[in-house]
Design a protein around this ligand. Structure first.
Ligand SMILES: [Zn+2]
Ligand SMILES: [Zn+2]
Length: 283
């Protein structure tokens, strides 16, 4: 991947910055209008809509919606080049000839497999945990916690999730079809991500074994006891937690407590700098 290609891609991203910001603002308003009434009627706990850190979390939506793309261009570009040199062109052609429905299911399954491991490493590797713990710090969970993510976490999770998808030949970046796929998947992931954080008491019966739900993900944020932390890593498919021994889905109840025991400074700027400061202070 030449510096010229990277600069071209960055130029393209910079040119679309205002459109991207507008799209994020629209997303934010749609989510607010769609989810806030649900949280008001079907609330799990009585919580304020405009609670502490509301503006900080909304700011994360814009930061993490805009800046990671600049690094993802490089990370995903390297992955594509790597697999293209490792795998025969016929492999990509064969996979691309599969029916669209098969490829969509395969992309979801492979992407979530990558996400499961990236997310698990984000909990197990101390430096990456200092990036990810920002998402886990709230002691009240609602839809907006979904946006409370450090930009470097987005780069880490998305670039790792992309590796198995690309390795299976499921994206052909030379085709516009791949862009439509990834846009659809990304949109679905974002909507579902907001929903599974929502302060709602919905339960989904047998579907909870197949798809992540608010109950499944609220237990990922649980801080009830050391026995229930570091569970439920999957974004969409709980089967990976069942397979790798990290599933925690008690039948009846939601967690009693959320949050972390790790230190985290208050305020957006200090939190953004915290992982690097932590690394520096360890020297
Ligand atoms: Zn996590
Ligand atoms: Zn979460």
């Amino acid at each position: 991947m030449s510096p010229e290609t990277i600069l071209n891609q960055w130029g393209y991203l910079l040119a679309g910055l205002d459109e991207k910001a507008l799209a994020l603002a629209t997303w934010f308003l749609i989510a607010l209008v769609a989810i806030a009434p649900l949280e008001k009627i079907f609330y799990l706990r009585r919580q304020k809509l405009f609670r502490k850190n509301f503006m900080t979390d909304a700011s994360y939506l814009f930061l993490s919606g805009i800046f990671p793309s600049f690094l993802l261009v490089i990370a995903n570009g390297v992955t594509v080049i790597g697999f293209r040199s490792l795998l025969p062109a016929e492999w990509f052609a064969t996979v691309q000839s599969l029916p669209v429905a098969v490829r969509i299911v395969a992309i979801i399954a492979a992407g979530d497999f990558g996400f499961y491991w990236a997310h698990r490493w984000a909990h197990e590797i101390p430096f990456i945990w200092r990036i990810h713990c920002i998402h886990h710090s709230p002691t009240e969970i609602d839809w907006l916690v979904a946006t409370r993510v450090h930009p470097l976490e987005v780069v880490f999770l998305r670039s790792i999730s992309f590796i198995p998808v690309c390795g299976l030949g499921l994206v052909d970046l030379s085709g516009g079809e791949a862009e439509v796929f990834s846009l659809l998947l990304l949109s679905f992931n974002n909507i579902w991500g907001i929903f599974i954080h929502a302060n709602v008491k919905f339960r989904f019966g047998w579907l909870e074994h197949i798809l992540s739900t608010p109950h499944f993900h609220h237990w990922h944020h649980a801080n009830d006891s050391p026995l229930v932390v570091n569970k439920n890593y999957a974004a969409l498919l709980p089967v990976y937690d069942r397979l790798f021994g990290t599933l925690h889905q008690p039948k009846s109840h939601f967690p009693a407590r959320y949050g972390i025991s790790t230190y985290l400074p208050e305020g957006l700027c200090r939190q953004l700098a915290y992982p690097i400061v932590w690394l520096w202070q360890r020297k």
